[in-house]
Design a protein around this ligand. Structure first.
Ligand code: UT7
Length: 335
C-alpha cells in the first residue's frame, strides 16, 4: 500500500524593498499623525518599491531566489510555482510565468492565485492538495504584493495601512506526520461593496473618466471590513483549534494576517494565546496583503522548532477568510 503523503514547508525566503515610508513622512502627505496610526492601526513604517519599472514579480523573484539558495533545492526539480497576488505585473501573462523565466525553471507549470489578503492562506491549501495527491513533489508558493501601486496617497483612511513585500516557501512531499494538516477556508461574496477597486477590470475598463475619478485605487469601507475581519477570523481560528485538539497549552504560534493590530489582538484573546506566541511585524511592514503570512515566517523562522503547532489565519476582499493548521517541519533556519 502507498504511504500517506503530507505536504510540508521546508524553507522560507523573503524580500522587502529598501525604501522606508514612515508615519512622519505620511503625516506630511495627508492629515494624520503617528499617534493616530499607531493606536488605530499599529503600523510604524512600511516598505515601498519605488524604483520605476519594478513590480510584484521583482519582489517575488528576490524572495524565491533566496529560498532556492537557502534550501539548496535543484531548480530542475521544481514542479510548480504558485504566486498569490492582487497586484500582478500585468493583467496577463501571469506573474508566476514571469517568475518561472527569471528563476530559469524548466520543468514547472505556474499560475497566479487571486484571493486578496487571503492569497497565501488559500495557496497553502491548494499546494497541499497538489503535493499530497502525489502528482507534484516540490512546489514554490509565493505571496507578493506591491500595494503602493493601488494605494491613493491622498486618502488618509487607507494609505497608512499598506506596504510592499514578498516571501516564498518551498512545499515538499513527506511521509512524516508534519506539514499542512488541516484547513477551514471560506468565501463570502457579499464583501464586494466594502472592499474593491472600481475600475480596470472587465466591468469597467480603464478610460480617461476612470483615471480622472480616481477609480484605480483601493476602495475600502474600513469599519465594516474591520467588524467582519474580527468576527470571522476569531471564529474560524477557534474552530480549527477545536477540530484539531489545539488549545492555549499546545498552540506554539498564531500567524495572523497583518492588517490591523486591534484585529490581531482580538484573534489572540479569543484563542487565549499570549502575545509572545503571536507573530507580529505589522509595525515594520504594514499590510502587504498576500505577503503578510510568509513574511511573518521569514522573520520568525529562527524561533521555529520541528513539531511546533502553527495556526495561520487571514481575512481579505471578497470576503475571503479562513485558518490553516500547520505542524512545522524543521528546526530554526536550517533544514
Ligand atoms: O487586509 C484587508 C482587510 N482590511 C482590513 O482588515 C482593514 C480593516 N479596517 C481597519 O483596519 C480600520 O477600519 C481602519 C484602520 C481602516 C480605520 O480605523 P477606524 O478606527 O475604523 O476609523 P474610522 O474609519 O471609523 O474613522 C474614525 C475617525 C474618522 O473621523 P470622524 O469621522 O470620527 O471625525 C476618520 O476621518 O478617524 C478619522 N481618520 C483619521 N484620522 C487621522 C481616518 N483615517 C485617519 C488618519 N489619521 N489616517
Amino acid at each position: 500500500m502507498m504511504e500517506k503523503l503530507n505536504a510540508v514547508i521546508t524553507g522560507v525566503g523573503g524580500y522587502v524593498p529598501d525604501y522606508v515610508l514612515t508615519n512622519e513622512e505620511l503625516s506630511r502627505m495627508v492629515d494624520t499623525t503617528d499617534e493616530w496610526i499607531m493606536t488605530r492601526i499599529g503600523v510604524k513604517e512600511r516598505r515601498i518599491l519605488n524604483e520605476e519599472g519594478l513590480g510584484t514579480s521583482y519582489m517575488a523573484r528576490k524572495a524565491a531566489k533566496q529560498l532556492v539558495q537557502k534550501t539548496g533545492v535543484n531548480p530542475d526539480e521544481i514542479d510548480a510555482v504558485v504566486v498569490c497576488t492582487t497586484t500582478p505585473d500585468y493583467h496577463f501573462p501571469s506573474t508566476a510565468s514571469i517568475l518561472c523565466d527569471k528563476l530559469g525553471l524548466k520543468n514547472a507549470f505556474a499560475f497566479d492565485l487571486q484571493a486578496a489578503c487571503c492569497g497565501f492562506l488559500y495557496g497553502l491549501e491548494v499546494v497541499a492538495s497538489m503535493v499530497t495527491s502525489g502528482r507534484h513533489k516540490k512546489v514554490i508558493l509565493v505571496g507578493s504584493d506591491k500595494m503602493s501601486s493601488m494605494v491613493d496617497y491622498s486618502d488618509r483612511a487607507t494609505c497608512p495601512i499598506f506596504g510592499d513585500g514578498a516571501a516564498a516557501v518551498l512545499v515538499e512531499a513527506t511521509t512524516e506526520e508534519y506539514g499542512i494538516m488541516d484547513s477551514i477556508l471560506r468565501t463570502d461574496g457579499k464583501g464586494l461593496p466594502f472592499l474593491h477597486m472600481k475600475a480596470g477590470g472587465s466591468v469597467c475598463p480603464p478610460s480617461y473618466f476612470t483615471v480622472d475619478h480616481k477609480m484605480h485605487y483601493i476602495y475600502q469601507e474600513g469599519r465594516t471590513v474591520f467588524k467582519y475581519a474580527v468576527s470571522n477570523m476569531s471564529a474560524v481560528t477557534a474552530d480549527i483549534a477545536e477540530k484539531n485538539g489545539l488549545t492555549k497549552e499546545n498552540i506554539d504560534w498564531v500567524i495572523p494576517h497583518q492588517a490591523n493590530m486591534r484585529i490581531i489582538d482580538a484573534v489572540a484573546s479569543r484563542l487565549e494565546v499570549p502575545m509572545d506566541k503571536v507573530m507580529v511585524n505589522i509595525q515594520r511592514y504594514g499590510n502587504t496583503s498576500a505577503g503578510t503570512l510568509p513574511l511573518c515566517l521569514w522573520d520568525y523562522e529562527k524561533q521555529l522548532k520541528k513539531g511546533d503547532n502553527l495556526i495561520f489565519t487571514a481575512f481579505g476582499a471578497g470576503f475571503t477568510y479562513g485558518a490553516v493548521y500547520v505542524k512545522w517541519g524543521y528546526d530554526g533556519n536550517v533544514k
